[in-house]
Design a protein around this ligand. Structure first.
Ligand code: NAI
Ligand code: 15L
Length: 264
């Protein structure tokens, strides 16, 4: 690609993927509303709020791929989720429609399906079961991706990310963890395949413990290489085992299922 846009570039995933995806394009355009530091020689930095339609239209112009990490990434007040994850996604897809429909990686979340039980293995055909307002906003983003695909042919990889951190932090994450390297390899495949469409992909490493079946997207050729099992002893030693009826044990979305509505 000539120019790849990464939104949410000041965040946990954006600040790691900024380097790991640098080889995918001549120029990486980084965007966030928070400070992203200095631009490297192959980078452009654009500070903007995803809720600002005109700014997002300028942001997307001239990009031939988008990795959309920007947004509210946990539960919070609806006004914040609404601006970033609802209005922000509408702004992004409208900008993409007007500017050549660059392929999009949409950072959805396991919280779109958080109320499936941990003793179930689900694939990408299940009905959403969001576990709060944040999860609902991710279901909205998935619906936008589908509508713009069916209506205009816009291609999106909808990635229901599990827990993408340096290491799994608790017992639930032994099933939901995805390494940064596995995610970077997935994004490489997404931009490599000649025809993408609008698939839903579960974002987890090749963990022995799993809630998710990616067999319907085997055609993508993504083969995760890491496995949370190598952290099991460490997790056992450092984190208390939750009670068998705790949300973190019952539901795929874990503690988000027990979180409250964050009033304004
Ligand atoms: P993060 O919270 O560290 O980063 C999100 C970034 O988006 C922040 O830098 C924030 O400033 C920016 N942002 C928020 N609202 C904005 C707005 N209105 N305009 C412009 N920028 C805005 O989150 P993280 O962990 O890096 O996640 C990235 C994406 O992946 C998020 O969309 C999140 O929902 C999704 N995700 C991440 C998971 C993970 O394990 N890290 C799991 C599931 C989904
Ligand atoms: C998410 O959607 C969040 O963005 C991330 O911070 C983690 O909480 C992750 O889900 C998870 O479920 O572990």
């Amino acid at each position: 690609m000539k120019r790849l846009l990464i939104t949410g570039a000041a965040g946990g995933l954006g600040s790691v993927m900024r380097d790991k995806l640098a080889h995918l394009a001549d120029t990486i355009r980084l965007s966030d509303m928070s400070d992203m530091g200095e631009a490297k020689s192959n980078e452009e930095i654009v500070t903007c709020d995803l809720g600002d339609a005109a700014a997002v239209e300028d942001l997307v112009k001239g990009c031939d791929g988008i990795v959309h990490f920007g947004g509210k990434s946990t539960e919070g007040p609806w006004s914040v989720i609404n601006n970033a994850n609802i209005q922000g996604v509408v702004n992004l897809y409208e900008a993409a429609r007007k500017h050549g429909m660059p392929r999009i990686v949409f950072a959805s979340s396991n919280h779109a399906i958080g109320f499936y039980r941990q003793d179930q293995v689900i694939d990408n055909t299940v009905y959403p079961r969001p576990d709060g307002l944040y999860g609902v906003s991710k279901v909205f983003g998935e619906a936008m991706a589908n509508a713009y695909h069916d209506k205009f042919g816009q291609e999106t990889a909808i990635v229901r990310i599990g827990s993408c951190f340096p290491e799994p932090r608790n017992h639930r994450m032994l099933s939901t963890w995805m390494s940064y390297d596995d995610f970077a390899r997935m994004i490489e495949r997404i931009f490599d395949v000649p025809k993408l469409g609008c698939p839903i992909i579960y974002g987890a490493s090749a963990n022995t413990a799993t809630f998710w079946d990616n067999s319907k997207v085997a055609w993508l050729g993504w083969q995760p290489q890491d496995n949370s099992e190598s952290y099991r002893a460490q997790v056992d030693a450092n984190t208390p085992k939750p009670a068998p009826d705790a949300p973190d044990v019952l539901w795929q979305g874990g503690m988000f299922c027990a979180d409250t509505i964050h009033e304004e």
